[in-house]
Write a protein of this length. Structure first.
Length: 439
């Protein structure tokens, strides 16, 4: 991501940076239009825009040389051109995007490294940072030994640093993805974003409106280099399971799957839903009544003492059943008490309570109460492998009735139907199973 700071840690002077870019462009043949903008030029010239502002025009016969020169300056360490400058050259085409040279310097924008093969330099000195706009109009080849069916009329000017460089981080998490049908890899990218997983490390300090969290996620046995490169183990996305590919009981037809009830009871795929409720006393009534309401427990209401503390807020770790009070509020103006009761149809745990001081009397006027809903897998829950093979839990089967290995006596955690493989052609899932078994 492009930064507001340079390599030395100093804040960039973007005004000076734009002036330097303009001097370079004028030096290579651009006709300046500042301070007066010129009218639309003839087809022989193309407009030049710097951060969305028209700064001049360049003859169309010279623009490719200008683009090559700017890219050469980007790679050069001693250049005044920033290394994350986005050089978007849109060529003249019929029915395509408006032609011109679009330059972007403003952060924060996403950039990624590629190798500029048009520059004769050492391997580590021709790395160029390109942005999402310019890469659409560039010829970037994959270093796999082939030309990718590219015609000689459009030779490649850049090359990926690694064959997987053209894939996203999520796509690179799928092992043996080149053995899958391409739509399955695309489905997996969506499935990975929907997982409960382990989304945050600072969970106990957060107050999200709703957050899903997997209790005991695991790092996969079969993994790609991306897991180590991007530290995905710090945010695992699923659980390793013993899978039986078997037509068993009829409850695994189509995309249904059977879970071992004992595995679920031991905590497999157990998760929580965190829900935060905010109570702001200053929002009640008008400005005159502000500060007249306090969090406080009624001493005479003995039934509240087991669920609400003396400060009017619930005990951390307390289980709140539907309809039970979890907060007590005292109104000085009317000398009355009010309680907030838990809505819904299930019991929750009080996971976290935080108060916020808003007035000068050091009395809390706002409280965030985070509730924790426990979740075990149930019939109807959706599961997915790392290859876009998604299924729904159809039955929690007793462990004593599950099939077992005749050699080790091992019982599977889940059962899927073998008919899931032929039409989906997820050969990588078979390879992953074999590789994980060998481990």
């Amino acid at each position: 991501v492009a930064s507001y700071y340079d390599s030395r840690g100093n804040i960039r002077d973007f005004s000076k940076m734009r002036t330097s870019i303009l001097r370079v462009l004028i030096g290579v043949g651009m006709i300046p239009s500042l301070p007066k903008l010129v009218k639309s030029g003839p087809p022989a010239v193309l407009s030049v825009l710097l951060d969305g502002r028209v700064v001049g025009v360049i003859p169309s016969s010279e623009i490719e040389k200008v683009v090559a020169h700017l890219r050469r300056l980007k790679v050069s360490a001693a250049s005044v051109i920033p290394d994350d400058l986005e050089v978007g050259y849109v060529p003249l085409s019929l029915g395509g995007a408006y032609p011109g040279l679009y330059l972007f310097t403003s952060p924060p924008k996403f950039v990624r490294p590629v190798r500029n093969i048009s520059l004769p330099s050492e391997e580590s000195q021709n790395i160029e940072l390109i942005g999402p706009f310019e890469q659409v109009f560039m010829e970037i080849r994959c270093p796999d030994g082939g030309d990718g069916g590219r015609r000689n009329a459009f030779p490649a000017t850049h090359e990926e640093i690694h064959p997987t460089g053209m894939l996203s981080v999520v796509a690179n998490l799928t092992p043996y993805s080149d053995h899958n049908q391409s739509p399955r890899n695309m489905y997996q990218c969506q499935m990975a974003k929907q997982t409960m997983g382990f989304s945050v490390q600072a969970l106990k300090f957060r107050a999200d409106q709703k957050l899903y969290h997997l209790q005991t996620p695991q790092t996969p046995i079969v993994r790609t280099n991306t897991y180590t490169k991007y530290g995905i183990d710090e945010y695992p996305t699923g659980t390793n399971a013993i899978v039986a590919v078997l037509a068993y009981t009829g409850y695994d037809m189509e995309d249904a799957m059977i879970l071992n009830k004992s595995s679920v009871d031991r905590g497999m795929c157990h998760g929580q839903i965190y829900q935060t409720e905010t109570i702001d006393l200053s929002d009640d009534g008008n400005k005159v009544d502000r500060g007249q309401k306090l969090f406080r427990r009624n001493k005479d209401a003995k039934s509240l003492h087991s669920v609400i503390d003396s400060d009017g807020l619930p005990y951390v770790g307390q289980m709140i059943h539907p309809g039970e009070p979890y907060c007590s509020i005292y109104d000085k103006t009317t000398n009355s008490w009010r309680t907030n009761s838990r809505k819904g149809s299930e019991s929750v745990f009080v996971d976290y309570v935080a108060v916020d001081m808003k007035n000068s009397k050091n009395l809390p006027q706002k409280a965030n109460i985070r509730f924790r809903h426990t979740r075990n897998p149930i019939i109807g829950d959706k599961f997915s492998s790392r290859h876009g093979q998604k299924g729904v839990c159809s039955q929690l089967w007793p462990d004593i009735d599950m099939p077992f290995s005749g050699v080790t006596g091992m019982r599977p955690d889940l059962i899927i139907n073998p008919h899931a493989f032929p039409s989906r052609m997820t050969i990588a899932m078979l390879l992953e199973s074999v590789a994980a078994k060998e481990e």
